[in-house]
Design a protein around this ligand. Structure first.
Ligand code: DAH
Length: 339
């Protein structure tokens, strides 16, 4: 029995040394020391031994067991170390390799100017209102007091989807939607895309952008309108900017006007940008027509208000001296990254 024990120890030593991975070690442990393992099996035969032999063999068996456990433990450490080294090898980072350049985007010039305009109006207490680009003829024309025979209603000027549905030709639709859904006081600006069936050239695009403004409250007068737009112009184009209000006609405002700003390039002496006049037209505006207020359920005897609408593309072109509107929509990064 003594020989057998030593034989087991010898065999175990050799096998365990050959183990390459952790799983193999566990298999060997079970093979020798497990419940049905070789050593355990042998010890079950202890009963056959004489009284004198039993303690001697018992002691030896314990020594063999702890030797095998020792070898297993030792090899565990060796394998762990090997595995760690292999992992380190495979995860080696070559810090000398050229890096990948992550291209970071750049804000579009229209977004830059829109952000600036939003900041100015939010600073004056305005909220942002939004409306759909596909809207009804009612919201785009009728509720805005536009007569049936107004030229902008014609098929050649506006994109109709059906007789009653169209692509909005201005953001004034959002005035109607806001007044119908909200009680005064109202103070909103509404930026968004608009569509008109214009041929494309350097200053026209069938898709363009407007920013609408609307203020409704008690005792709002033309003075509020002029003060607001003058402040806006000074913030956007510089403190020395002067504004000029010219009478105009819009069906949804009475009285109506257009606003010119003194040329920010030549300060009014006349240059290429202002075409020699010293002034640049930037928006349309007026006092909201009583019929429009009434249509939206707001009593014109109690409330009054002003509205304005400006072309974002035009303002961005002026500000950045961009001569062709098409550049905005070609998405050439060499153009966009300049601003
Ligand atoms: N909707 C007009 C346009 O597209 C711009 C405009 C003028 C908007 C006067 C207004 C306004 O709110 O009061 O030409």
């Amino acid at each position: 029995m003594k020989e057998k024990l030593l034989e087991i120890l010898e065999k175990a030593k050799n096998e365990v040394k050959s183990a390459e991975v952790m799983n193999q070690l566990e298999d060997f442990r079970i093979k020798y020391l497990g419940k049905k393992g070789e050593l355990t099996k042998l010890l079950k035969e202890m009963g056959k031994l004489s009284k004198e032999e039993r303690p001697v063999i018992g002691k030896l068996a314990n020594e063999v067991r702890s030797s095998i456990e020792g070898i297993l433990e030792e090899n565990k450490k060796v394998i762990k170390e090997k595995e760690k080294n292999a992992r380190l090898q495979s995860e080696v980072i070559d810090v000398t390799r050229a890096g990948k350049i992550n291209k970071v985007g750049h804000k579009h010039p229209l977004s830059l100017v829109l952000d600036e305009i939003k900041t100015i109006f939010i600073g004056m207490g305005y909220k942002i209102a939004e409306g759909p680009e596909v809207d009804t003829v009612y919201h785009n024309f009728d509720a805005l007091n536009s007569p049936e025979d107004h030229p902008s209603r014609s098929l050649s000027d506006t994109f109709y989807i059906t007789d009653d549905i169209l692509l909005r030709c201005h953001t004034s639709t959002v005035q109607i939607r806001t007044m119908m859904n909200q009680k005064p006081p109202i103070k909103v600006i509404s930026p968004g895309r608009c569509f008109r069936s214009d041929d494309i050239d350097a200053t026209h695009s069938p898709m363009f952008h407007q920013i609408e403004g609307l203020v409704i409250h008690k005792d709002i007068t033309m003075r509020d309108l002029k003060g607001t737009l003058d402040t806006f112009a000074k913030r956007l184009f510089g403190v020395n900017t002067r504004t000029k209000f010219r009478p105009h006609y819009f069906p949804f405002t009475e009285p109506s006007g257009e606003v010119d700003v003194s040329c920010f390039k030549c300060s009014g002496s006349g240059c290429r940008i202002c075409k020699g006049s010293g002034w640049i037209e930037i928006l349309g505006c007026g006092m909201v027509h009583p019929s429009v207020l009434e249509e939206c359920g707001i009593d014109p005897e109690i409330y009054s208000g002003f509205a304005f609408g400006m072309g974002l593309d035009r303002i961005a072109m002026l500000k950045y001296e961009i001569e062709d509107i098409r550049l905005f929509f070609e998405n050439d990064m060499r153009f966009i990254e300049q601003f």
